[in-house]
Design a protein around this ligand. Structure first.
Ligand SMILES: NC(=O)c1ccc[n+]([C@@H]2O[C@H](COP(=O)([O-])OP(=O)(O)OC[C@H]3O[C@@H](n4cnc5c(N)ncnc54)[C@H](OP(=O)(O)O)[C@@H]3O)[C@@H](O)[C@H]2O)c1
Length: 285
């Protein structure tokens, strides 16, 4: 495969960081997104130590802030001629309810809606590139989630795992809808689950974050292992992959019916478009 330009959100830590390092090692040019200038600077320093010849450029963008997403998209359009692959990997779990500036529950906003907006803003650039691919990082946690709750935006009774599971189901329904919309194009849209991986995903919580992260270390595999399916999907040729499919351990796994429901996927798409002030219809290319 010729060298590609690959965006990885959440590339400053965990699974995204390891995927960025390995894909860089394989000669690709990596655009790594982190939530802040500080985390991007730290990741740039670490990546220089881990692989001195790395080709990762880090950009800060808090995916819970729509204005920052617009600014990043504009910057990337100016700076890069082509974007071949977008890996929507950033994610978090918040033990307490936080609402964003837009009044949206933050787990849903970071893990799903921010990626929805970013993908839509980057889509023309991706469509125009060679062998384009969009890889959405979901989770097996989707299995016990429901999307048609009326408290999606601002849940009254907050449960961290409930909103996390739901954000991951949203990633799958987004994959489904976008894959349907792009079925006549060359773009492959897939989703994946990385495994249970010992990362810092729970660390962004003041009181319990440290303790839970330590406990997670006891049961999770290494972030390097967690990055393998992303690396496989990013490295495969488009002919080797099937759009709208869900990959676990680099193989297709059948989704439960609620994650492939076209009606729910359309309702979520329309609602997300409204929340992001975008038209529901994609522009015809
Ligand atoms: N770990 C698991 O067992 C597991 C299982 C299934 C799925 N996943 C999924 O894997 C993905 C990666 O998570 P991880 O486990 O590698 O966790 P992690 O080590 O905590 O990495 C999360 C990444 O997301 C970024 N991020 C968090 N909030 C953000 C925001 N507001 N704006 C922009 N970026 C933000 C972080 O950036 P900063 O460091 O710059 O804040 C970091 O780079 C997530 O989507 C997660 O749901 C993980």
């Amino acid at each position: 495969m010729k060298n590609k330009t690959i965006i990885i959100t959440g590339a400053t830590s965990g699974i995204g960081y390891e995927a960025a390092i390995e894909l860089s090692r394989r000669g690709h040019s990596i655009i790594g997104i982190g939530s802040s200038t500080i985390s991007c600077k730290r990741a740039a320093e670490n990546s220089s130590k881990d692989f001195s010849g790395n080709t990762i450029t880090f950009f800060p963008c808090d995916l819970s802030k729509h204005e920052e997403i617009y600014n990043l998209a504009n910057l990337l359009y100016e700076k890069y001629e082509a974007i071949n692959i977008l890996v929507n990997n950033a994610g978090s779990i918040f033990l307490k309810k936080i609402l964003t500036n837009e009044g949206i529950e933050k787990t849903f906003s970071v893990n799903y809606l921010g990626h929805f907006l970013f993908t839509r803003l980057m889509l023309n650039k991706i469509i125009a590139s060679d062998n384009p691919k969009i890889i959405n990082v979901s989770s097996v946690a989707y299995k016990n989630a429901q999307i048609n709750d009326d408290d999606l935006i601002d849940p009254i009774r907050y449960s961290p795992m409930k909103v996390y599971r739901r954000s991951k189901l949203a990633q799958l329904l987004f994959t489904r809808y976008l894959g349907n919309e792009l079925s006549d194009s060359r773009v492959i849209v897939v989703s994946m689950h990385p495994g249970i991986i010992a990362t810092k995903i729970l660390s962004r919580n003041e009181r319990w974050g440290g303790t839970l992260t330590k406990l997670f270390k006891l049961i999770g595999k290494s972030p390097k292992k967690g990055a393998q399916t992303i690396i496989y999907l990013a490295s495969a040729t488009n002919n080797q992959l099937i759009s709208k499919q869900y990959y676990v351990n680099s193989e297709i796994e059948q989704l439960l019916p609620h994650a492939t429901n076209d009606e729910d996927a359309k309702i979520l798409w329309d609602m997300s478009s409204k929340l992001c002030n975008l038209p529901s219809d994609l522009p015809q290319n």
